[in-house]
Design a protein around this ligand. Structure first.
Ligand SMILES: C[S@@+](CC[C@H](N)C(=O)[O-])C[C@H]1O[C@@H](n2cnc3c(N)ncnc32)[C@H](O)[C@@H]1O
Length: 187
């Protein structure tokens, strides 16, 4: 399995998500209206990273969420990479409050995970979208908004957009790149 070597900015991102998820879980656990609050990591990764700064292994976003003191009621972890999924399954095999899915999160979220967290069933969810590239589909964001039960934390793929799509001369951008941007942005 390929383990990502992450720089300082990724460590900072992990810290921000960890603190946000912890605050979210604390607040939701105290609310009577939300019986269950779920954690969804749509681009979950391998579960661990190698920090370039220290050369040490550090927990990824799913492990951070699993260690929150006032825990989420349930955790949904999704990744496209079979080896990473296997590792996530191995790391969480003793937890009955975790389901790991292998597949494109755009389909898995809409077909399997979002139906588990319906507003009318008194469920709420924090959904982390942390892709490398322009992978998320706007339909996912739109559906989460419609459902009113899901809060999204989106790590914006600025580098991919700037390098491949948002050029000074839009006519020079490859149609496939425009299509990727459109899928994420508006349809
Ligand atoms: C930036 S990493 C996630 C890091 C993780 N959130 C963390 O902070 O520990 C992005 C992950 O998304 C996965 N991925 C890429 N495209 C995907 C897709 N369409 N659906 C699900 N996972 C995908 C990759 O295999 C990779 O593990």
């Amino acid at each position: 399995m390929k383990i990502d070597e992450v720089g300082y900015w990724s460590e900072l991102k992990l810290e921000i998500i960890k603190k946000y998820a912890s605050a979210y879980s604390t607040i939701l656990a105290a609310q009577k209206s939300a019986l269950d609050h779920h954690y969804i990591d749509a681009f979950a990764g391998a579960g661990i990273h190698l920090a370039k700064r220290t050369g040490e292994f550090i927990p990824g976003s799913p492990l951070n969420a699993l260690n929150i003191v006032l825990p989420f009621k349930f955790h949904h972890l999704i990744d496209l990479d079979g080896k990473r999924v296997k590792n996530l399954r191995e790391m969480t095999k003793n937890r009955s409050d975790v389901r790991v899915y292998k597949g494109d999160c755009n389909a898995v979220l809409l077909e399997k995970v979002f139906p588990e967290v319906r507003y009318e069933n008194y469920r709420r969810a924090l959904c982390i979208l942390d892709p490398y590239e322009l992978n998320p589909n706007w339909k996912v964001v739109a559906k989460a908004g419609e459902m009113k039960s899901i809060e999204i934390f989106l790590n914006f793929m600025v580098m991919d957009m700037n390098m491949n799509v948002l050029w000074k001369n839009p006519n020079a951008v490859a149609p496939a790149q425009i299509e990727r941007m459109n899928r994420f942005w508006w349809r």
